[in-house]
Design a protein around this ligand. Structure first.
Ligand SMILES: [Zn+2]
Length: 197
């Protein structure tokens, strides 16, 4: 997927949001032209997690409405002129569609220095898990990385059935339960060791 295709996908998904598309401003009686809201030129593709973290450190609360950044399969678009209200969009693995999963204010995270950890978590977490994120519930102290899928989660962890003491995310807990039914104990333990090392 090249940069133009990536921008096109997030542009289309972002235009469904009334703030990004300028519809909310128009309904409010404000005149707004294409350059003032989300457009194909207002999204910039970044190349690394470091760039993304730096971006939010500098611009989290002073970015133009409809402008935003993309890193791989995740995109953030400013919903308020010069505000700090970011529409967060995630692209599915098949690269067919992008969906909004949050509207996030990053001020607190930048101020207390946890923006790096938060962005890392968001970027690493798989699409399906991202869609379940709720920023009001995301507590930096509770964020833990699941050793089985490498994704981050704030859900209460489950114990792996491989050794009954390793914490894994609840999704992986359900997957393991299924594997235990499908495979012999011996085969299940082989799978367990393949990620546990
Ligand atoms: Zn997991």
């Amino acid at each position: 997927m090249n940069n133009e295709e990536r921008i096109e996908l997030f542009y289309k998904a972002g235009m469904k949001n009334p703030w990004c598309s300028g519809k909310a401003a128009k309904d409010n009686g404000d005149s707004i032209v294409e350059e003032d809201r989300l457009n194909r030129k207002s999204l910039v593709v970044l190349h690394s997690l470091e760039e993304l973290i730096d971006f939010f450190k500098k611009w989290h609360s002073s970015y133009t409405l409809g402008h935003g950044v993309i890193l791989k399969d995740i995109c953030f678009i400013q919903q308020i002129p010069g505000g700090d209200e970011w529409l967060c969009l995630s692209m599915d693995e098949g690269k067919k569609e992008a969906k909004p999963f949050e509207s996030w204010t990053f001020e607190k995270w930048v101020k207390d220095g946890s923006i790096g950890k938060l962005m890392t978590s968001l970027v690493i977490t798989p699409h399906e898990e991202r869609l379940k994120w709720n920023y009001r519930k995301v507590d930096e102290k509770k964020l833990f990385r699941c050793p089985r899928c490498q994704g981050y989660s704030c859900d209460y962890p489950a114990l792996s059935r491989g050794d009954n003491r390793t914490d894994i995310c609840s999704n992986c807990g359900s997957e393991e339960a299924l594997q235990c039914m499908m495979f012999s104990r011996e085969d299940f333990l082989k799978l367990f060791r393949s990620w546990k090392g």
